[in-house]
Design a protein around this ligand. Sequence first.
Ligand code: GDP
Ligand code: MN
Length: 396
Amino acid sequence: MNLHEYQGKELLSSFGVRIQRGIVAQSAKEAVDAAKQMTAETGTGWHVIKAQVHAGGRGKGGGVKLAKNLQEVEEIAGNIIGMDLVTPQTSAEGKRVHQVLIAEDVYYPGDNEPDEYYMSVLLNRGTGKNMIMYSTEGGMDIEQVAEETPHLIFHEEIDPALGLLGFQARRVAFNLGLSGTAFKEMTKFVSALYTAYVKSDASLFEINPVLKTSDDKIMAVDAKVTLDDNALYRHKDLKELRDLREENPIEVEAGALGLNYVDLDGNVGCMVNGAGLAMATMDLIKQAGGEPANFLDVGGTADAARVEAAFKIILKDPAVKAILINIFGGIVRCDRVAQGVIDAYKNMGNISVPIIVRLQGTNADIAKELIDNSGLDVMSATEFQEAADKVQTVLS
Ligand code: GDP
Ligand code: MN
């Protein structure tokens, strides 16, 4: 689950990570009130108006703007709220902005120049350790830094049993070229950030930029936070931060029906039981020259109601040109699944795309007979390859 920047910052702040402060607003009027409140709390005269959508690169798309007075706050917030923000990370249609963050301006002049760094915390699956990845080159595309100046990206591997050790936090501050107050600030920042990552069961923190202010404070100016869905059951408060408006509507609907569905770009809808078989089915579709339109695991109990729900979900995608049902009857008997497919088909009336059903396992022969004698426009197959070939035939 992804969080909005303002939610991510609140989470970080609750663990003692210094952040650029801000207040979220849903309208231009609320934005002005938020700006007044920020001024009262922080003394800032300038504010940054930041679009809150689940996509990075907002600055490049015109979703992050500096306002130097309340009139500009109102104007800019009014323009950004309701716009379809296009960034390098969104589709060409962009993402609708429902709210903005009114943040204090933290790039104020002072004794030193402000400086931007990059920092992320994630799991290194290769070593089985957590990792802090950081760079002196903040505020820009880390992919570009990796490409052009890879020696400016550092890694600190953390044994999850030991946690982040003091010398490791100091090494981060040292590699970033810090000294004095900024050095101490950075060690505190990194330690708090790592604690927040572990305690919130996150799978990714990306703070770009981490800012050194002109008076040597270290703070998070941006926050991309991804939480591990499988651990959300123990974070009831964080679970509530989910913003369904940011997610794929078909995936949300499938989730509510208990279906494990991931929307993809292809034209062959798949209905499969078991994640492993679903992956293998997608491979086979590709081999046969098609492109999977989705990943869909209907789970162990593929009865008529579930099959019908899955049909409906698959058919919501207008790109679907054929449906491949690939079910292994282990716990569930194939004849029951076949009957489910037939019932669902009859219930739904007109399904306009060809359907290929491959049932294997307990009572597979009875199942094939049921399908073949149903009088419906459904092709059956018993072998995996046979099913894939039939998909290819209907597509060509
Ligand atoms: P992103 O473009 O989606 O990654 O959004 P960020 O939150 O990283 O903001 C983009 C850029 O806006 C940052 O890299 C900063 O250069 C700039 N920015 C953010 N906060 C401030 C601020 O308080 N003052 C000024 N002048 N610029 C800021
Ligand atoms: Mn950023």
